[in-house]
Design a protein around this ligand. Structure first.
Ligand code: ZN
Length: 109
């Protein structure tokens, strides 16, 4: 598979479209939570070794990422911080924060 498709409706997403529809990041697992603009399905993005991966969170027994597709994305880079991430893709740049729950859980780390 050489494109990112929504796991719910197969809507195709380019890397920048995918990040346009991300809401939050999860620094613990290096993933981004993305909502499909077509059907609203929640899936996850991960940047790994020059690829952008789309997958679903598999919560048992430990949270993990199940890959469903990937696309070459050599221009995508991520800088992770404790409670945020900055993504760059060509000329575009996005900054994502974490959920309130995540912040509360990790505030005493
Ligand atoms: Zn969809």
């Amino acid at each position: 598979m050489n494109s990112l498709n929504c796991p719910g409706c197969q809507h195709p997403l380019s890397p920048s479209e995918a990040f346009d529809h991300c809401k939050v990041c999860v620094p613990d697992y290096s993933v981004f939570s993305v909502f499909c603009p077509q059907c609203g399905e929640n899936s996850e993005l991960k940047v790994e070794g020059g690829y952008l991966l789309i997958g679903v969170p598999d919560g048992f027994p430990e949270p993990c990422f199940t890959e469903l597709g990937r696309v070459e994305a050599p221009t995508v880079s991520v800088n992770w911080n404790k409670f945020s991430a900055v993504v760059r893709c060509g000329e575009r740049e996005w900054t994502f924060g974490v959920t309130d729950f995540y912040r509360n859980v990790h505030s005493l780390d």
